[in-house]
Ligand binder design. Structure first.
Ligand SMILES: *[C@@H]1O[C@H](CO)[C@@H](O)[C@H](O)[C@H]1NC(C)=O
Ligand SMILES: *[C@@H]1O[C@H](CO)[C@@H](O)[C@H](O)[C@H]1NC(C)=O
Ligand SMILES: *[C@@H]1O[C@H](CO)[C@@H](O)[C@H](O)[C@H]1NC(C)=O
Ligand SMILES: *[C@@H]1O[C@H](CO)[C@@H](O)[C@H](O)[C@H]1NC(C)=O
Length: 471
């Protein structure tokens, strides 16, 4: 951690601590006008500290102030909850952690990344718990595992906990990166099955059994560093059935739907404690023709996914949505990207409230430096817009439960960058936006304990802090 970040984390921690103290002392007891006034001035004080350049000594350590209990994240209605409080998520993706941890020479990058992520208040990381049949494979062939790579995943899980970061572990890829659906089909062919399409992954009973065996192995893994079985480990926030499932061979959506139904129940029956999500991009399908207008294009309606229907399946706890205006609409940045993103987010948040009764997590979003017309100020304002749209939902107790940046990298891993990487030490303005959003969510999370529902309050003294735009 460099000097700038050290300063920053102290400032952030100090602000949160002040607000938490205020929350403890005034908010959760009485909401008089005086309380609000006092609260407002305390918020101002905290804000001043957040933006002042003065440093505060390390006594204000956010982690020390938190409840020591490290509980499972659960859900209550359309919110995530933990330790009796809501858990609105500001998080990130770094997909390659297991593979980097498998090599001693790059293992330190995992620690660096979690350190930097926690310095800007990020609390959830989504990463791959699969690597099928490829270089440094976790699963070398069906049900055959590389113990060293599994130990690397153990390391990722145990290291995350040290930085109070929870993990969403994805169990297979729709795409060929790290094996995925095509690798399972190849395995099936090698075993003599008559397979004609990668989508046979979803329908062929043998391939379904391969996938289930992988799920069973990962969920029952006993972490060699902590001795905690994955299915009992609160560091794991949720299981993701698949990264970006699509089943273009069956636009009706029935084939994928049947796979989701079987697998969600399978995961849940083996591990009732953890939350489960599918991993969808969020495209509307045949069950909701009126919603096709929100899709980025007409093709999206025909990829065999169906956002509402998919998420009505038993065992699925929350919805996942990705946001890629650049790859879905045009490679060149324009106002259309911003318009699409806002309406895409609002439509899905409304679905979470009206049809699904579940939290909605925007599990991948970002801006690529390879996009036409890219500059860092556009990236900053785009990220800020996503955060603001979520805060609007948070404020109302809506289904907008959080977002995960695609993607956060530690220093010195540029060769892995697909254009979307954000490196904290190299992006001070972006880091400030992330950090401020973390602070805002930390305040919401600590204020909205069940005893004092945020939504019950008539006046909102935090409005200024939570919504002002001066970054
Ligand atoms: C393989 O499956 C396809 C499609 O299901 C079918 O048309 C074909 O006859 C099968 N081939 C053999 C050798 O069973
Ligand atoms: C895990 O279990 C083994 C065997 O029971 C024990 O030797 C080891 O100390 C334990 N490690 C931790 C971190 O609890
Ligand atoms: C940054 O990019 C956006 C979108 O392409 C553009 O509208 C804006 O003018 C650019 N700003 C600067 C400072 O180049
Ligand atoms: C948030 O809500 C306010 C008030 O309804 C609205 O003016 C603003 O445009 C919204 N912001 C975003 C980013 O949706």
């Amino acid at each position: 951690m460099d000097y700038h970040n050290t300063k920053f984390v102290f400032r952030l921690s100090f602000s949160v601590v002040i607000l938490m103290i205020v929350v403890q002392n005034s908010i959760c007891t009485e909401f008089g006008v005086n309380g609000d006034d006092q609260f407002e001035s305390m918020v101002e004080e905290a804000e001043n500290h957040l933006y002042s350049s003065s440093t505060h000594q390390g006594v204000y350590d956010l982690q020390d102030m938190e409840d020591d209990a490290w509980e499972m994240v659960a859900k209550s209605g359309n919110q995530f909850v933990v330790n009796g409080q809501p858990f609105y998520v500001n998080g990130f993706n770094t997909y390659w952690l297991m593979v980097f941890a498998a090599d001693q020479s790059t293992r330190g990058k995992i620690t660096e990344l979690f350190q930097q992520a926690s310095s800007v208040g990020l609390t959830v990381c989504r990463t791959w718990a699969f690597n099928d049949g490829q270089w440094r494979a976790l699963q070398k062939s069906p049900s055959v595992y590389d113990e060293d790579v599994f130990k690397a995943l153990d390391f990722v899980v145990s290291e995350a906990k040290k930085y109070k970061i929870r993990l969403i572990l994805s169990l297979v890829n729709n795409w060929d990166a790290y094996g995925g659906k095509p690798q399972y089909v190849k395995w099936g062919k090698d075993a003599g099955l008559n397979l004609t399409s990668d989508d046979d992954f979803f329908s062929h009973p043998t391939l379904r059994s391969y996938y289930k065996a992988h799920v069973k192995t990962v969920l029952n893994r006993v972490n060699t560093l902590t001795n905690i079985t994955y299915k009992n480990d609160p560091t794991i926030f949720a299981w993701e059935l698949m990264n970006e499932p699509r089943c273009t061979s069956d636009p009706s959506g029935d084939k994928l739907q049947s796979w989701i139904q079987e697998m969600a129940v399978y995961v849940k029956s083996m591990d009732p404690k953890h939350l489960v999500e599918i991993g969808t991009e969020g495209f509307y399908g045949p069950s909701t023709p009126d919603k096709a207008q929100f899709n980025p294009n007409s093709y999206a309606t025909q990829v065999g996914t169906d956002f509402i229907r998919n998420h009505q399946v038993i065992g699925v706890d929350f919805a996942s949505v990705h946001i890629y205006a650049d790859s879905w609409i045009s490679q060149t940045i324009s106002d259309a990207h911003v318009q699409f993103t806002k309406s895409w987010m609002e439509a899905h948040i409304a679905d979470g409230e009206k049809y699904l009764g579940m939290p909605v997590l925007f599990a991948e979003f970002g801006v690529s430096s390879k996009d036409g017309g890219y500059n860092s100020s556009f990236r900053d304002s785009f990220i800020n817009m996503v955060y603001k749209t979520l805060l609007n939902s948070t404020k109302k107790g809506g289904s907008g439960a959080g977002s995960l940046l695609w993607q956060l990298f530690p220093d010195g891993t540029d060769y892995m960058d697909d254009g979307y990487a954000i490196v904290i030490s190299k992006s001070p303005s972006t880091s400030n936006i992330i950090s401020l959003h973390s602070t805002r969510l930390a305040i919401f999370n600590s204020m909205c304990s069940w005893k004092c529902r945020w939504g019950c309050r008539k006046k909102n003294p935090l409005e200024a802090f939570l919504y002002h735009d001066d970054l």
